[in-house]
Design a protein around this ligand. Sequence first.
Ligand SMILES: [Zn+2]
Length: 439
Amino acid sequence: MCVDPAPPPPSALTRRGVLAGAAALAGTAAALTPAASASAAAPARAAGSGGGRVRGGDLVIEGGTLLDPATGHVTEDAVVVIAGGSVTAAGTRDATRGARGRLSSGAEVLDAHGRWVLPGLTDAHIHLNTVAEAGDALRFGATSARSGSTDFFQDVAVRELARQAPEQAPALRAAGVFVTPDLADTLLADPELTELARLKDGVREADALRRVVRVNLGRGVDVVKTRVNERAGMPDQDPLTQVYDREQLSVIVDAARRGGAGVLCHSYSEKGCHDAVMAGIRSLEHGVFVGERTLREMRRRGTCFTPTLTAIAGMVDSDDPVLAERGRTYLPVLKEAVRTAHELGVPLAAGTDSSGGDVEPVGREAELMREAGLPALDAIRTVTTGAAELLGRARTSGRLAPGFAGDAVLLDGDPLKDVGVLKRPVAVVHAGLRVPKKS
Ligand SMILES: [Zn+2]
């Protein structure tokens, strides 16, 4: 199974403390001693990650057909009772009567007659750089999400936005900035990164890698995003070219782990995928050419697979002939990898890899999982229970049951017959609050 590292201890160090520690480290990044950077990384789980409590609401969802993705159980004419943002009861009218009676009489009732009611969905790989993108993802039903990095730590703030105003953003696991050889504009995301501009060959040495992880942890990220291969979405890059080796990836994984964070790794080539998995990443992103030996290793270790089929399928329609050809070549290969992964029992999680303003519905990823050969219920699990497990939210997200988050989507059809209905939720509830339609 894919289990997150234990939740980090409450922050022992403030951001100011992290910066003070960094300031004490004289000289260029290359001059950092391994011991110094290791000790600086250790306690750097910091300000913001604790955050405020979610300001959830009271709501009753009444009369719909409730599907529990964990069991496949279907309840007709069901009632879901949400109090203070969390589910207190879900099931038949009889089974929920007591909890409903305890709810304040003024609580809003959402009529779900003729609808299917599912738990809120999870997008396990998305780049949310703006408030608009966060809202779009939520309106597509992603009540929770894991960031695949942002340019300037916007995801750390989106995470807090979701606590303050759950109807505006998905509950987020933040990744901060990308750990990559060329930081480009990300150099300006934190003054502590600017020294790295002096490195001729980019962020490759152990000390520089640790520094980027440490800055991320200091900003309170939950996970760390890195890469082993170049990008598929850039026509001038060869996604089979490896940018980090297993040793460099191990440095990143170890530094992240000391801060309680798992690593998600952008990967394409089989060797790159294998190196990343052997280095101890938490989840393999894209993974088009992942081979069976690596998938078996992932099964053994519980490493998750986030294939982002949506992103690869999207390349097929690209105006750029190189990208379109890449999409046409890669999509069937990736679908085959997903099918093999599912057969072998590798945990799968849905992620759209949406970025740059074009937010894709995470239901599309579930639909593509179904097309790749997963049974409908298993495809639905990749966007509910499976993804929740990857996010370390298996006990609070992905189901509508007492103690779980009051997150739900209402659908206008049976998702077990047509997984595609997940792309078009007719209503979305986050922490007991109805998500407004786009005005
Ligand atoms: Zn991405």
